[in-house]
Structures are given as structure tokens and as C-alpha cells.
Design a protein around this ligand. Structure first.
Ligand code: NDP
Length: 285
């Protein structure tokens, strides 16, 4: 029988992208499952995205991840979008289905899976999201599509925050509300789930925390952070100290990577291997 020397290709396009750890996590999962796939971390400048997407077709790549600055611009090069990606208006994962490029957004789905793994459901819940950028949009829309009752978007920039709240209000069954973030924000008492979807606390600024009144966090709340480097953020430490159940950003990162793995390979992902690989990469074990 002829030996196959060709690997299937996936990867990530971004700029900057050098410090993106996704490849290590995906390749550990491919190795674990005995799949001959390679994950390439590729620097693609903003103006080169069209040519890079042509290369996905020309090389017969199984798919790619998109990161800064391509998540919105990539829509122009796709044949089909998932419902969530269409509402969010951004794609982080492309799947090449026999030459047709399908766009999905797994950031919010990964977040929901990570919460569910900790026994937290968003259905019928009142949720407060700090931030209104790409991560907040993905999380807000997926929580709404998964049956959240009300989502309050808290953001400094009024236009960005109002746009997300309106998107939730008009395109999903959840209520979408906006509150402008001025000074120290007090978490409404009836909040079930509080999410930091800003970049506050991200390495190297690990001693920073979002400007909220931490004494308004109740012990019954679930509190989650998208920041994964370092995962034990000041925000989560403060919430944990007040008895809240906390979920860090590593779970979201691993779970969205697992969803991408399955979209590309059709094989169930070894999530524990992916999580452990990330922890090692961040020096956590
Ligand atoms: P964006 O640049 O799109 O959005 C950043 C958001 O943070 C904006 O809403 C911005 O507010 C807000 N913000 C920034 N600084 C402050 C501050 N000092 N006080 C209050 N709000 C602030 O970034 P992304 O949404 O793409 O990423 C956000 C975070 O999510 C990053 O840390 C990223 O690493 C993380 N992430 C984690 C993932 C995971 O799997 N765990 C996946 C994707 C992202 P304003 O609009 O007012 O400027």
C-alpha cells in the first residue's frame, strides 16, 4: 500500500499572532487521537486576508481560525454562516466543506460549554456582561440564543455597548439592556451571572481588575472571566472571596478549541488533554 506523506492542514491567521497558544493545544489533541493534522500559526496582515483565504481553498486546508484583525473582514470571503456568527457579525472559525467555506463563531459556544461543565446554566438567568467588544458580543448572543432572560451590557463606550444591547433585544428572545460604565459599577442585586468580557487583568497587567463595587457581588452569583493569561485574575479572586462560584477563561479557551477540533476533523475532542496542555503552557502545572 502506498504511504501517505501529506498531512491535513488547519491553522490560524492573525496579526499579531506569534504569541497565540492555540496551535500547541490543537496539535496535542491531534496527537492524542492519532490524526495526521498540522496546525499552522500564520501571520497574515490585514490587507492580505483575501489572498490568505484563497490559499485555504488552493491548499485544500480543512479550515482556519481567525484572530485580530480578521474576525469581521473574513465574512466577505465565506460561502455560508452559522446563525450565531451571522448575528454576532464575526467569525473565529472557518470550515472548508469540499471547497465551500463555512463560518462559525465558537467563542461564545466555548464559554457556554465551560459554564455548563461547572453546572451553571444560562437559561432564564439575568446576566451582566462587562465590556462590549468581540468576546462580549459572542458571549452575549450565545447566552441569549441559549435562553437567558435578560442581558445587561455595561461598557464605557456608549455606541458599542448600545449596539450589543440592541442586537440582543432585536435578534433574540432575551431582553437586552445597556448601562454606561462610569466610575465604580454596582452589580444589580438580582444578577445571577456576572461576566468580565473586557481585557482588564490580561498579562502583563495582572494586578488590574474591572472597576466595580466588589461588595455588590453576592455569594449566590456565578462569576466568570474571559481573561485566561493569567487565569486566576484579581476579578475572580475578589468574587471568590465573597462566596461566588467562579469560572476562569482557560475553560472557554479549551472548549472553543475543542469545538473547532470537532468541526474540522469530525472526531470528538480530547478536552482534558487540551486543557492540560494549556495549563502547562501557562506554567500552571
Ligand atoms: P475588544 O478589544 O474587542 O474589546 C475590549 C472591551 O474591553 C471593550 O468593551 C472595552 O471597552 C473594554 N475595556 C478595555 N479596557 C477597559 C477598562 N480599563 N475598563 C473598562 N472596560 C475596558 O477585545 P476582545 O473582546 O476581543 O477581547 C477581550 C478579552 O477577551 C481579552 O482579554 C481576550 O484575551 C479575551 N478572550 C478570551 C477568550 C477565551 O477563550 N478565554 C476568547 C476571546 C477573547 P470600550 O468599548 O469602552 O473601549
Amino acid at each position: 500500500m502506498a504511504k501517505n506523506y501529506r498531512s491535513e492542514l488547519v491553522g490560524v491567521f492573525g496579526c499579531p499572532v506569534d504569541e497565540n497558544p492555540t496551535g500547541v493545544m490543537e496539535e496535542a489533541a491531534f496527537a492524542k487521537m492519532g490524526l495526521d493534522y498540522r496546525y499552522l500559526t500564520i501571520k497574515v496582515e490585514k490587507e492580505d486576508l483575501g489572498r490568505a483565504m484563497n490559499a485555504v481553498r488552493a491548499f485544500g486546508m480543512k479550515g482556519v481560525n481567525l484572530t485580530i484583525p480578521h474576525k469581521v473582514n473574513v465574512l466577505a470571503y465565506l460561502d455560508e454562516l452559522s446563525e450565531a456568527a451571522e448575528i454576532i457579525g464575526a467569525v473565529n472559525t472557518v470550515v472548508n466543506r469540499n471547497g465551500k467555506l463555512f463560518g462559525e463563531n465558537t467563542d461564545g459556544k466555548g464559554f457556554l460549554t465551560a459554564l455548563k461543565k461547572e453546572g451553571i446554566e444560562v437559561r432564564k438567568k439575568k446576566i451582566v456582561i462587562l465590556g462590549a467588544g468581540g468576546a462580549a458580543r459572542a458571549i452575549g448572543v450565545e447566552c441569549a440564543l441559549d435562553g437567558a432572560f435578560k442581558i445587561t451590557v455595561v461598557n464605557r463606550n456608549e455606541d458599542r455597548g448600545m449596539e450589543l444591547a440592541e442586537l440582543i433585544e432585536t435578534r433574540t428572545n432575551a431582553a437586552g439592556r445597556f448601562e454606561k460604565w462610569e466610575g465604580s459599577y454596582s452589580i444589580p442585586e438580582d444578577t445571577d451571572i456576572l461576566i468580565n468580557a473586557t481585557c482588564v487583568g490580561l498579562y502583563p497587567n495582572i494586578s488590574d481588575k474591572p472597576n466595580i463595587n466588589y461588595d455588590t457581588i453576592r455569594s449566590g452569583m456565578a462569576v466568570s472571566d474571559v481573561v485566561f493569561n493569567d487565569p486566576n485574575t484579581r476579578f475572580l479572586q475578589e468574587a471568590g472571596r465573597r462566596g461566588a462560584k467562579t469560572v476562569n477563561g482557560l475553560g472557554m479557551l479549551a472548549q472553543q478549541g475543542a469545538l473547532n477540533f470537532t468541526l474540522w476533523t469530525g472526531v470528538c475532542a480530547p478536552v482534558e488533554v487540551m486543557e492540560d496542555t494549556l495549563k502547562k503552557e501557562f506554567g500552571l502545572c
